[in-house]
Design a protein around this ligand. Structure first.
Ligand code: ISE
Length: 335
């Protein structure tokens, strides 16, 4: 079976997904590409060998020639388009976040529970990153003892002008909210968010620093710095009762020159997590072909957005803010 994919959104991530589908996946093809900008759609389509371009996302979702949908359009469209995929009975890989509004995530979960089958995978691709997978395996094996703390750094080189401090939490940090749940195997139940008092000389969003508490009493600190300036740098370390396990970022080479030894940073997340995206997308296609599901579910998407909403509230109030995670429906017990 070749899964015929309809791609919605041909910006930075959509174009990358088009390349992955067209050049790296087995058992899938790009059947249709949609973007409000026909020129962007054409570029994405050509690099994936796709002939059909469409301007209406609902036409893609409901096309008989499309078996599954990948949503890579702007964040605010994710919820409504995912609901439209469910209405059409189509499997969907929705880029993170599932929605910036928990209410929309709840509607998606409710729709899936009524259907009684998972159709939604959320694009938290770090669960497929080989380094994070090894860290999770160390926790499951008890290698470092009971995990006590998780340290997360998430630094981008520079954020676009339209990027806000709140987006550091609602757009970037959901990766950490989801990977913390994946690595520690539990829920985040409270968050306190801070920003440095020192503002940047030349504008740009200041870092956000969060301390999350888990239901098991562990601590997770998360630094989101969208204007780090020096490189794309994501780090993670789990500290256990007997040891610690840290992320080892992939490096193609090291440079020895002028009395120094160095490793280059990626310019952004796409090269840093290229293998994770490939594995995520291949797992999605394999799941469709076999009638199973993979990766982060709509429930995981809801939980990440609930943490984000609480963190935004904490940043505004300066208070420790509880995260009210509802009871998980049975549909997601083994997701
Ligand atoms: C972007 O949407 C991503 O998903 C990247 O992984 C993250 O590093 C970046 O901050 C987000 O804006």
């Amino acid at each position: 079976m070749t899964v015929r994919i309809g791609l919605i959104g041909c910006g930075v991530m959509g174009t990358d997904h088009a390349m992955i589908i067209g050049q790296q996946l087995h058992g899938a093809e790009l059947a249709m590409v949609c973007d409000a900008d026909a020129g962007r759609a054409r570029v994405a389509a050509e690099q994936a060998g796709c002939a059909r371009i469409e301007g209406d996302p609902l036409a893609v979702i409901n096309a008989p020639s499309v078996d599954a949908v990948l949503i890579a359009s702007p964040d605010q469209t994710h919820g409504p388009l995912t609901l439209a995929c469910l209405a059409a009975g189509k499997p969907v890989l929705c880029e993170k976040p599932l929605s910036q509004a928990a209410s929309e995530c709840e509607a998606i979960v409710e729709s899936e529970v009524k259907r009684g089958k998972r159709l939604v995978q959320v694009g938290f691709m770090r669960r497929f990153d080989p380094s994070y997978v090894e860290m999770r395996q160390a926790v499951l094996a008890g290698t470092i003892g009971r995990p006590l703390m998780l340290h997360c750094f998430h630094r981008n080189v520079a954020a676009p002008d339209w990027f806000t401090g709140q987006m550091a939490i609602t757009n970037s940090a959901p990766h950490e909210f989801d990977i913390a749940r994946f690595l520690l195997g539990g829920e985040l139940v409270a968050v306190t968010a801070f920003q440095p008092a020192l503002r940047r000389e030349k504008g740009g969003v200041a870092p956000v620093f969060m301390v999350c508490e888990t239901a098991a009493g562990q601590l997770v600190n998360i630094e989101i710095n969208n204007n780090a300036g020096y490189g794309y740098d994501v780090r993670g370390e789990i500290v256990g009762e007997r040891g610690a396990v840290s992320m080892a970022a992939p490096a193609g080479s090291t440079l020895d020159l002028h009395l120094s030894h160095s490793v280059a940073y990626a310019a952004d997340w796409r090269p840093r997590f290229a293998e994770a995206y490939r594995r995520q997308n291949q797992a999605w296609v394999n799941g469709i072909a076999s009638g199973t599901s993979a990766g982060s579910s709509a429930w995981d998407g809801l939980c990440a957005t609930l943490v984000a909403e609480a963190a935004v509230q904490s940043l505004q109030t300066g208070q420790r803010t509880p995260i009210r995670i509802p009871v998980r429906p049975g549909l997601y017990d083994h997701s």
